[in-house]
Design a protein around this ligand. Sequence first.
Ligand SMILES: *Cc1c(COP(=O)(O)O)cnc(C)c1O
Length: 233
Amino acid sequence: MVAPRHDPVIALQALRRDIEAACRDAGRPSQSVTLVAVSKTYGVEAVELVIAAGQRAFGENRVQEARAKWPALRERHQDLELHLIGALQSNKAREALTLFDAIHSVDRPSLCVALAKEIQKQGQAPLLLVQVNTGAEPQKAGVLPEHADAFIAACRKSYDLEISGLMCIPPADEAPAPHFALTAKIAARNGLKLLSMGMSADFATAIRFGATHVRLGTAIFGSRTSAAPLSPD
Ligand SMILES: *Cc1c(COP(=O)(O)O)cnc(C)c1O
């Protein structure tokens, strides 16, 4: 028996309905949540299908892959927004600013210095979100929750960066709700409006805790067949 082919457009439409339902349940307007379609590892053809179905916000986790894929797509579609959701090396800050409208992974002073310098030079800034390592996982990027307030203050005062929100990726083996709640609490007490949280398995929960950006990849595009681990930039 042959498995039915995954159709990204049908999947996208179903997810939009799910997001609307989650918003309704949370008593929030559906426009308050942006679906970021995470297109890492997927080809331009799949992305084009999803763009044709009306999707505008996309996420990539590597500068190198975004560079290869997105300039041509952007030329064809002027109203897209591209989000960097993966780690950013300081020496790629310049290129990241030319490629991305939002960076969800601000998490250390050296990166702040590089971003501030390039923002000054280029005269425009992407939306910046601080990544919080809510589970204090050693393998994960992000500032520790107990350092978040001081880091956000330093971004503003020492580096003159405007921070718009927070991003978190809860530990895979824990209930996500406490992590979303903690992220939302840190955002609220720092006056931050954007919350990038919630993936395929937990976006409805994230919306309940105030997510403004949910990041969905495989749920839209299907499972990643290119199982080979991607080398870092
Ligand atoms: C890949 C990725 C996602 C999307 O994950 P899927 O399993 O493809 O839905 C969300 N957030 C981050 C930070 C990612 O790297």
